[in-house]
Ligand binder design. Sequence first.
Ligand code: PAF
Length: 281
Amino acid sequence: MRVIPDITTCRDAVRAAQQAGNRVGLVPTMGALHDGHLSLVRAARAGCDMTAVTIFVNPTQFGPGEDLASYPRTLEKDLELCEQAGVDLVFTPEVETMYPGGTYTTVHVEKLTEGLCGAYRPRHFDGVTTVVAKLFQILPADAAYFGEKDYQQLVVIKQMVRDLNIPIEIVGCPTVRESDGLALSSRNAYLSSDERQQALSLSRALMAAREQVASGECDAMALTARIRRTIEDAGPAKIDYVAVVDPEDLTLLTEIERDARICLAVRIGNCRLIDNIGVSR
Ligand code: PAF
């Protein structure tokens, strides 16, 4: 496995692999790797000949007062996990490598970034799309793998790639959960054991909603009210949003006619958790 901190060497390695006839899969991450990330690596390895991972805690996607300074950084352990998972190349740039002298150019995806997390984390998605567009220039892979756990991010990146004619296939992969339902996230490390117990209410509420939709409930207000109650009954939490949206364009739905996505963001203690589930009638 090659660990490469500089842009030119990294781009050359990807191009050389492609010129030799290999399909290259890319898994962008901010490190603190867990089985959710490793599931993306497995998907990349299954679909490609060479797998590249990027590890970069991207400052531009954190707002003022957010957890940039405390975000878990576990590079040595991450590299071991990548090696064990059969990754071929890891790009580990410094902030100065990615943003020499600051940031002057921003990639902004309209509309899709306005609601859900975009309403609570202004400019967050600009930071995500800017860094992902840069990573796609540095590692011009054939396919890139993103988790459905960050569902809005996945939809936004698909749109960016379409709009900017970036020739990289975006592959969404299912959320990986602990056996008790908690969606894996690097930020789960912030939860105390009581908060972790309380956080189980998120997946419990979403899974109950999926059952309700399958049994014929189609009223978004009724569903979100029940989800909110389940979360509030579990303990003190600040619910940023619970929303039923169209899975393609993220517009709010009042009624579920076919497929929908139920998305939520909740603050428990110091931790902001997001989760979502696909539902269909
Ligand atoms: O999902 C993440 O970990 C990040 O938002 C990403 C896509 C690596 C961009 O920094």
